[in-house]
Ligand binder design. Sequence first.
Ligand code: AMP
Length: 508
Amino acid sequence: MGLSVGIDLGTSNSTAAVYRRGKVESIPIEGKKVLPSVVSYKDNGQILVGHSAKARLYIDPQNTVSSSKRFIGDSNKQYHIHNKALTPVDIAQEILKKIKTEASKYLGEEVKDAVITIPAYFTDEQREATKKAGELAGFNVLRLLSEPTAAAIAYGLDKERNQTIMVYDLGGGTFDVSILKVEGNSFEVEAVDGDSLLGGDDFDEKIMNYLLSNVSNGASANQMSPGSLSMQRLKEAAEEAKKELSESDFTDISIPDIFGTHIDEEVDVETFNKMIQPLLERTINKINEVLEEADLTKRDISRVILVGGSTRMRAVQEAVTQNIKKPYIADNVDEIVAQGAAIMAANLSAPSIDTAPVPIEVKDVTAHSLGIGFLSENDEYRVVHLIKRNTVLPCTGAEMGFTRYPNQKNVRMAVYRTNDTIPLDEHLLGELVLSVTPKEEPVSVVALFELDNSGVLTFSSAELSPDSALFREYSQTEVINLRALKEMIENKELKIKQATIDTNKQEA
Ligand code: AMP
């Protein structure tokens, strides 16, 4: 069997790695460790990917695409390039094709099998689209792996102990925080959250604004427009300065002949840290939210691991140390996710358990909550969640409801996929209408959600007699005995109406 690779298909950069000869190594692409996730379509039909494409972002912005991962799985998103409509899947496909060619060249054999990583919160359509891009690029996608899990695998976690790990991943354009439970070789994502609009680019922007505040008088509106060449030069200088401040206490920023002047500024690390304080606070607030959601405190966290190029900033490392605990920092924070994926890929393609690097079991969680629209006592229509986000798949949930009017014949239950309680049409997945016995008094109706590993929801509902043991137990505890309910269904003690709903359905 041939070699298999791990691929971190990132928003700003992508990387690839392989596990061979008993160790994991990054695969250079065009001699570099990271490949910018940028694709540029030239007039002559040539397609550029990576550094050469990134260089065209400003000179040919109409035909150059970056950060397309933000839109993967969104069927409405199109890029209009040279009179052709391209989708985010088409863009991802080009990036993956480039990786496939370069990896095959580097490894001296054609690479087919791959594990591709995705953010833990990706919806099913985002997962499907990523897999499709991999297949269109000619890969046999062994599986998709969540980025925090991949990072934890690569950090080579202590296999003796059970632990709870926090993964703090700050990349170029996104921030993700996840909590993983590791028990032996089993990895389970307990909670995920993040800010899809926070990353290294925002830190660059702080420096840009600082520099601009000194020159704004001399610059024309045109020069200051976001896509201008001057702004690109400013951005590049700001990013360089930021990186330098990860190593030294000050940096000189010198940009000749820009905005009708020359920029020559020294920025020290304290000034920089002050500028970026609000950004750091946003990440810490997110961390606290995730902890709360997972019902944990920082004392429950055994380790914090850092992932993503932006965690090289010392202020990030300090903020994590102060607010949670001293993090583990790899030398190669931007390659770690691909490396974990490579270990997983070697595992999946190993001919026997003995040759696998580490036997790993990975559990997935629901990315979104699922619920039913209910009228509350004060007549407000709200979503009641039967399955909460971040529940390990497969899972079940149930709720009890009552008819609203005397002699009501039908109960209409609308199913929503949303973490919110406000029912919006775009979150509606389907509905089930149950016929009930018309009675003067309220009739009770039980609803059961069963969500399988691939995101298919079986929605069962039935009228429940007030004399049944299940109803009596519910009246006392306000909790539905799920086991008893399933037994009643199996034993055909309830007249069930059932619907199968694909929660992978695209949002309207
Ligand atoms: P990633 O998406 O993980 O490749 O991260 C890319 C981001 O990391 C970009 O915003 C880079 O500017 C940032 N980055 C890379 N190296 C450094 C560094 N030494 N110090 C600060 N930021 C860095």
